[in-house]
Design a binder for this molecule. Structure first.
Ligand code: SF4
Ligand code: SF4
Length: 655
């Protein structure tokens, strides 16, 4: 692991951190040094849910809390440390689920407008996925046009947000045993908005004061994200913009260009980014850029918007969460165009040190000091042109302090569930059979989802890379999304050649036979729902049990920071996946709550949480869990038997 105090292991980031210091520009890494986390709040022991508080419940003195100590650890209203920790935790889930849900809703509205011909520039790109969705939702196909089918799909899915009774429709996609378990535990979500609202109600002063009951509602709310808001967003984005397929591109600050107008698109929703990707190629815009002295227009992404347009257009990525300010420090960014989520307010201050225009585009997410240009999907092309012109007009204002790091790395992205299916099984026999077979015969030990953010409390990218390398070395295939995927890509783990260099012999042999990297980029944070679908496909393929909790799989977010990450982790746990987080754990102020999440959840949901800030130890926990599942499936011996004779190699090549 990097030495304590190391800010980043990415040389491009380190170079820009040093440049910011010499330019006298205060950035996130400086603020992380001057603003330390409150030790009571960090472990979930501070309640500010009413005007009597904040009530800071003192931390237990020793490891084992005495009953006397426990009695004293209460807020003014009598709320126990357990209630307070559980309330804080499920509020994080509600905020994360709300963010993904609102993203899904906005996308559904754009989808409907496009289907009705009210959003010129957007159209149904993936007919096959549209028809599959129609079959899943019981929408009549017949001889109806794609647009008519899409209107029905859009209306059905829009009503999932406000649904008051019954169950979310996409729950039916889960293995039958999982659906039954959700019903038995009483956590099958009714409506996406309803679960968030109910969580906010229950956590109001004086409502739900039973930590186990609160955590149950947390599971229901998180499931409404993974199998609701996020899944709707992913599905409709694929239909509207095309399901991702393998695409080559580059990543890191070196993708910025000294002689072109650099525009960074940052945030989460793809509709604006899609339009910018097209409009920056418009000859009229390129001519305009030339008239201002630039050679062209260079669009690059940041955070999850970047993943969206990378997966579908191969647009290069400038960096992950902790690089957003560093991109401006290059002095070469004319505009950073943002929509929603993970956008640091500090961008506005950093922009003052250079010439960058920070352009907000969504009424929900304005920043003081930024320029607001509302993006109107019903007039998308014109909105995109206005934004691009503003960036071009800023090119002549570039100062002298321009330095673009040289680092950029090749990557292959675009591993949607459909792509994995096709790559493994072939166009005419698309299936997960080869994956399951290679897990059963032990060439692949298991599958891990490594996802999530960066967090300036730990060395940028370090934990992601250590964990991922440890997993693939031990023959665990890694599926990655969000800023974690970007960390892996920057380190060269997302090219097929990485298999020979970093993966264990079994995993490497499969990757080489199929031609895939050992770490597969599955997209943005809402695309974690693709991992749920992939896990379900593995169950349905047969041979690995009859529920997601039977699979030799595990999940992790080693550098998490976002409430969305907590919601994602909780829906994986609630779907039966062992999930380990690093950095810090927000319920450590209550042993009972933590034990409930880490131990009792396994009996209830087949999946449970763990906290381990050391990424090697965390990877080992994941591998132990995978081995435990292999043993339960009776396939643990298979790993020991793997001897690569000629016949097996021929068999692999035939995959
Ligand atoms: S709800 Fe209770 S614990 Fe929370 S701030 Fe109010 S009095 Fe304190
Ligand atoms: S992984 Fe985390 S930091 Fe990165 S875009 Fe997603 S939520 Fe934001």
């Amino acid at each position: 692991m990097a030495e304590k105090g190391t800010k980043s292991i990415d040389p491009a980031a380190v170079e820009m951190i040093e440049k910011a210091a010499s330019d006298g520009c205060n950035i996130v890494f400086d603020r992380a040094e001057t603003t330390k986390p409150c030790p009571i709040g960090a472990v979930g022991s501070c309640c500010s849910n009413c005007g009597v508080g904040p009530c800071r419940v003192p931390l237990p003195k020793g490891k084992e809390e005495t009953p006397e100590e426990k009695k004293k650890r209460k807020g003014v209203c009598g709320a126990t440390a357990e209630t307070i920790a559980a309330r804080n935790f499920v509020r994080m889930i509600a905020a994360g689920a709300a963010a993904h849900g609102d993203h899904g809703r906005r996308l559904t509205e754009v989808f409907l407008a496009a289907a009705k011909g009210e959003a010129p520039g957007y159209e149904i790109k993936d007919e096959q996925k549209l028809l599959q969705l129609a079959l899943d939702l019981g929408v009549k196909i017949g001889d109806r046009s794609n647009e008519e089918i899409a209107v029905d799909i859009g209306e059905i899915l829009l009503s999932e947000f406000g649904r008051q009774e019954g169950e979310l429709l996409f729950l039916r996609r889960a293995p039958l045993k999982r659906q039954e378990l959700w019903r038995k535990q009483g956590v099958a979500p009714r409506g996406i908005d309803r679960e968030v609202v109910e969580t906010m109600h229950r956590t109001h002063m004086g409502v739900d004061q039973d930590y186990q009951n609160l955590l149950k509602q947390g599971v229901r709310t998180a499931l409404s994200d993974g199998w609701g808001g996020s899944m709707i967003a992913t599905e409709l984005q694929d239909v509207l913009f095309g399901a991702p397929a393998p695409v080559a591109s580059e990543i890191n600050l070196g993708v910025l260009k000294e002689d072109e107008v650099n525009i960074i698109i940052h945030g989460h929703e793809p509709q604006l980014a899609e339009m910018l990707a097209v409009t920056t190629q418009d000859p009229e815009m390129i001519e305009y850029a030339k008239s201002k002295g630039a050679k062209g227009i260079n669009l690059a992404g940041m955070c999850c918007t970047a993943n969206e347009i990378l997966m579908r257009h191969g647009v290069p990525i400038a960096g992950n969460f902790l690089q957003q300010e560093l991109a401006l420090v290059t002095g070469a960014v004319e505009a950073i165009v943002v929509d929603v989520q993970c956008i640091m307010q500090g961008l506005a201050d950093v922009a003052q040190c250079y010439h960058t225009k920070v352009i907000t585009t969504d009424d929900k997410a304005k920043i003081q000091g930024a320029t607001h240009m509302e993006f109107d999907e019903r007039n998308a092309a014109e909105s995109a042109k206005t934004i691009i012109r503003a960036a071009i007009d800023n090119f002549p204002n570039r100062g002298q302090s321009v330095r673009i790091p040289s680092q950029k790395t090749d990557l292959i992205a675009g591993f949607s569930h459909e792509t994995i299916n096709y790559l493994l099984g072939g166009l005419f026999r698309a299936s997960y059979r080869p994956l399951n077979d290679n897990i059963i015969n032990g060439r692949i030990r298991g599958v891990a989802g490594v996802v999530g953010c960066n967090n300036p409390r730990v060395t940028h990218d370090d934990a992601h890379l250590i964990m991922i390398k440890e997993l693939i070395k031990n023959d665990v295939l890694v599926l990655s999304t969000g800023c974690s995927a970007m960390a892996a890509a920057k380190a060269g783990l997302m090219i097929p050649e990485a298999a020979a260099e970093y993966a264990g012999e079994g995993l490497a042999s499969v990757c080489e036979a199929v031609g895939i990297p050992p770490v597969l980029h599955m997209g943005s944070c809402v695309d974690n729902s693709r991992i749920l679908i992939a896990a379900t496909a593995m169950v349905k393929e047969g041979g690995l049990g009859d529920d997601i909790s039977d699979l030799p799989v595990a999940g992790a977010a080693p550098e998490w920071m976002s409430e969305k990450a907590i919601s994602i982790g909780q829906y994986f746990v609630g779907s039966g996946v062992f999930t380990v987080f690093g950095v810090t754990w927000p319920t450590l102020g209550s042993k009972d709550v933590t034990d409930f999440l880490f131990k009792d959840f396994e009996d209830m949901y087949g999946g449970m949480w763990a906290f381990e800030p050391d990424p090697i130890k965390a990877a080992q926990l994941m591998i132990e869990h995978i081995d435990k599942k292999r043993k339960a499936l009776g396939i643990d011996k298979a790993r020991e038997r793997v001897l690569y004779d000629m016949e097996m190699r021929r068999e692999l090549e035939a995959v």
